[in-house]
Design a protein around this ligand. Structure first.
Ligand code: NI
Ligand code: MN
Length: 240
């Protein structure tokens, strides 16, 4: 099989680092002001590709500074890319729901999310397109789904049947996204056996916890709820 093993590091909240074939991919860069991000992860030393699910501050708070520092490839919706190009991004790939971009052999598909996407700038909110998620299909066959912020939606079943993700990163905090009970429904719809809970614990309203997801989804045979600590890494072979 082509391609090296994939390593997934949760950087706290929705921020996720993926290392593969010497490349560093970050999904939803919110690091410097992220109370959950470990100090040694707040400023990535390498960044090749940045993926942004939607325009909220807790998902792209570091996007502009990372563009300035690393000038990475950027994949996000059309409106977020237009915004970042206005801030100096030179390698933006603005796309939209249903589209797929091939990035060095990694097929990145933008999926639906049930959420909003406004970009805060000062006291105003700029239209940031429609919130999404991403399916990443790696050259070695591994498939990862990062849902972004979302409620559960029934066409998660289609994401499952079309892509068969090996692992899904799903919000469980509630308040702004689905909670553990809804995430259990997401797990059933996706048919996924490995779940990394995200978007919880960062602030008090995000009250959902991995144990509550385990309890709510205990009928799903073989389900592996991988509760990482911020900064902790899980590799493809550990996921199985
Ligand atoms: Ni959001
Ligand atoms: Mn959020």
């Amino acid at each position: 099989m082509a391609g090296s093993e994939i390593a997934i590091t949760w950087l706290g909240h929705a921020a996720t680092k993926i290392e593969t074939d010497g490349n560093v991919i970050v999904i939803d860069p919110f690091l410097e002001q992220n109370p959950a991000t470990p100090e040694d992860q707040k400023q990535p030393s390498q960044l090749d590709l940045m993926l942004i699910t939607h325009g909220h501050y807790d998902h792209m708070g570091d996007a502009v500074s990372l563009v300035t520092r690393h000038q990475p490839d950027v994949i996000a919706n059309f409106e977020i890319c237009a915004y970042l190009q206005g801030k100096g991004a030179q390698k933006c790939n603005g796309m939209n729901t249903g589209g797929t971009v091939d990035w060095n052999g990694v097929k990145v598909t933008m999926t639906q999310a049930v959420h909003s996407s406004g970009i805060s700038e000062g006291d105003s909110i700029i239209y940031g397109g429609i919130a999404g998620g991403f399916v990443l299909r790696f050259p070695n066959g591994f498939c990862l789904y990062h849902s972004g912020d979302t409620d559960v939606f029934s066409s998660m079943q289609l994401i499952g049947s079309r892509f068969h993700p090996d692992v899904a990163l799903l919000p469980i905090g509630g308040h702004y996204t689905m909670d553990p009970n809804a995430a259990a429904d997401a797990v059933r719809l996706l048919g996924v056996k490995n779940v990394i809970p995200i978007h919880y614990g960062t602030w008090p309203p995000l009250a959902g916890r991995p144990d509550a997801l385990r309890e709510a989804a205990k009928d799903v045979s073989g389900l592996n709820v991988i509760a990482l600590e911020p900064g902790q890494t899980v590799t493809q072979s550990q996921i199985g």
